[in-house]
Design a protein around this ligand. Sequence first.
Ligand SMILES: [Zn+2]
Length: 303
Amino acid sequence: MRLALVTAACVLATAPLQAADKKKVLFIGIDGCRYDAIQYSQAKYLKELAKDGAVSERCDVLGDRKTGADTSTGPGWSSALTGVWADKHRVFDNTFKNHNVRDYPTFLARLKTARPEAKVAAFVTWGPFRDHVFGRNEGCEYVLDGDKMGYEIGDRSVGHAAARSLVGTDLDAAFVYFGNSDSAGHGYGFHPKSPKYTNSIEAIDEHLGQVLKAVRGRKNFAGEDWLIIVCTDHGGKGRGHSLGEKEPEIRTGFLILHGPSVVNGAIKERTGNVDVAATALAHLGVPVKKEWGLDGKPVGLRK
Ligand SMILES: [Zn+2]
């Protein structure tokens, strides 16, 4: 009897940990990607994720408060990864000058703090992620220098590196960044009818397909619960996206969620980039502390 009680207590003590271990997050970031361009393109993997998942076609990249942040890459990704707006993480532009990401770390860092045994990784081609956003224990793999090598090549390498890691290691959460959509937008116009822009999204979609195949090919995939999140850091208009506070094509991004824990269909709530980190943490079972001051809330998940 006594033995049975002890056994039951052990099961109770370990069960939540085992459950949390099976919850995984793959966050795909596509730079400067307009949702109307995805819809207009032949991006089949993105369209499948949206069709079989939850979608917000209007995800605000700036937030309601006046923060002084530009509609640019640094603030957009910092808000998504940390779950707070720019008046807190203090990334207002791409200089990252006097930023405060240390006080508002990414959801990968929050997961590592809550569960030090968790394995996290980031696959990027943009130097400031490595230099300013991700700390030493967030597994940031700076695959190639996109500014130097070109983001088309960089994205392909990121896709390969992420797929290799996702199929071969026991990752719990990962950020995978693709940047050529932004380069194509600056070069040829951010617009659904700009063929080189939509082509760049289709090329990224192929890399995404490779990454998804790696996830689904994992040895333990059947016992895991993957939440896939896709968003952008800003849209674009003409050949730019800076100073886009009053431009819906620029300040409105999108959010796609996919996985067994997602309530499929249109997300009815208002969404913002800060919801990415909050949703990831909720899925991973990391309790959010009030003192973290998160601006985001979990969206699109089953209760
Ligand atoms: Zn950007």
